[in-house]
Design a protein around this ligand. Structure first.
Ligand code: TXA
Ligand code: MG
Length: 347
């Protein structure tokens, strides 16, 4: 299959009637799958009401079928079509954070969405992305769009159209290239089906921000205790992994440098993941900086691109510094721990 690339400037006016968007929307209505930019990462979109379209998403990604997809909408009133009820707290959160990187899990109205999209769970994750291109495309096609991150299953999520092509060229009908995404890590997933909301996946909208709006918010214990089964089916799979084994290192830069030296002596090509402040502290085969520690948002924005660059550099092993767990740092550490398969070396 030839993968069409529609380039769209996200700053132009009247995106909804932009010929590229109109074309891509038409392809979505024909139940083909199209990758699209959001403010978090690129998604692989398909008609959420159509089994055939949803099956194409799972096939292109090689995604396990028990892992449900997030449904993307452009207007709040689309919710009524497929959601049974919107509890008060969910409604407050929607008012505050949509459009934005917050996915809300709600009880479903049966028989509207493809069961394949929701993995037959009786609940559905929904969000309204804060990206002009995504919103224009959603409006132009007039459908709820199921869209997981547009990577091959297990790989780091794509933050540029190039990343999507690396993984999915030839397997999908097209990609709307709206430039690099902003946030860089996926949305916060929040279960609002019970009275006290539960964070199933940390993201750019933090626990503190949520609590300001609705009071107490819990964090799924499976996020901290690795032997528990997570409530978000996707969180149990190895994810975001670069090709080489990745180790998180809790210790001084000198300690990390010694690990590098030992592995180089074994003849390995060694990578170090650090930030701009510390690139000169290491002598390794490949030293890559992920933004600056002073601004954790820049770390989130460049994390997946850097993990992919280690693949291009063909390293044999990667050592990564640790990051603070607060604010967006919670999401950064969650993704790094998954990418590392929880491998940690302590000084
Ligand atoms: O930022 C994002 O959320 C991106 C962009 C494209 O919107 N999408 C994304 O989708 O990250 P995906 O499929 O890669 O991750 C969806 C996560 C998975 O961990 C999945 O298990 C969880 O959300 N999820 C979806 N529906 C759920 C449900 N009904 N109950 C519990 N977890 C659910
Ligand atoms: Mg994903």
């Amino acid at each position: 299959m030839k993968t069409n690339v529609w380039k769209v400037d996200k700053y132009v006016d009247n995106l909804e009637s932009n010929p590229q968007i109109v074309d891509a929307a038409q392809v979505l209505r024909q139940n083909e799958v199209v990758a699209l930019p959001t403010e978090t990462v690129y998604g692989l979109g398909g008609n959420a009401k159509n089994d055939e379209a949803v099956s194409k998403i799972f096939a292109a990604k090689g995604r396990p079928v028990d892992n449900p997809l997030i449904i993307h909408i452009a207007e709040q009133n689309q919710l009524n079509e497929f959601v049974a009820e919107v509890p008060r707290k969910a409604s407050l959160l929607i008012e505050t954070f949509w459009p934005g990187p917050l996915t809300i899990i709600l009880k479903i109205k049966e028989g509207i969405l493809s069961d394949k999209a929701t993995a037959g769970l009786g609940t559905v994750g929904v969000r309204m992305p804060d990206h002009p291109v995504a919103l224009a495309l959603l409006k132009a096609c007039g459908l709820p769009i199921a869209a997981p991150s547009a990577n091959s299953s297990g790989k780091p999520s794509p933050t540029t159209a190039q990343h999507v092509l690396e993984d999915l060229e030839g397997k999908i009908a097209g990609i709307v290239d709206g430039g690099p995404t902003g946030v860089g890590v996926e949305s916060t997933v929040l279960d609002c089906t019970e009275d006290i909301p539960v964070i199933l996946r940390p993201g750019a909208v933090t626990k503190e921000q949520l609590e300001e709006v609705v009071g107490e918010v819990r964090v799924d214990r499976a996020l901290t205790e690795t032997d528990l089964k997570p409530k978000a089916p996707g969180m149990k799979y190895q994810h975001y992994a670069p090709n080489a084994p990745l180790y998180l290192v809790a210790g001084s830069h000198a300690f990390l440098q010694q690990l590098v030296k030992d592995k180089q002596q074994e003849g390995l090509r060694v990578g170090v993941l650090t930030t701009e402040e510390s690139v000169n502290d290491y002598q390794a085969d490949v030293v890559l900086a992920c933004g600056t520690r002073a601004e954790p948002e820049t770390v989130a924005a460049s994390l997946y691109g850097v993990l992919r660059n280690f693949n291009h550099e063909k390293v044999d092993i990667i050592f990564s510094e640790m990051f603070s767990n607060s604010g967006v740092g919670h999401a950064i550490m969650n993704r790094l721990q998954k990418a590392a398969g929880n491998k940690l070396i302590q000084e």
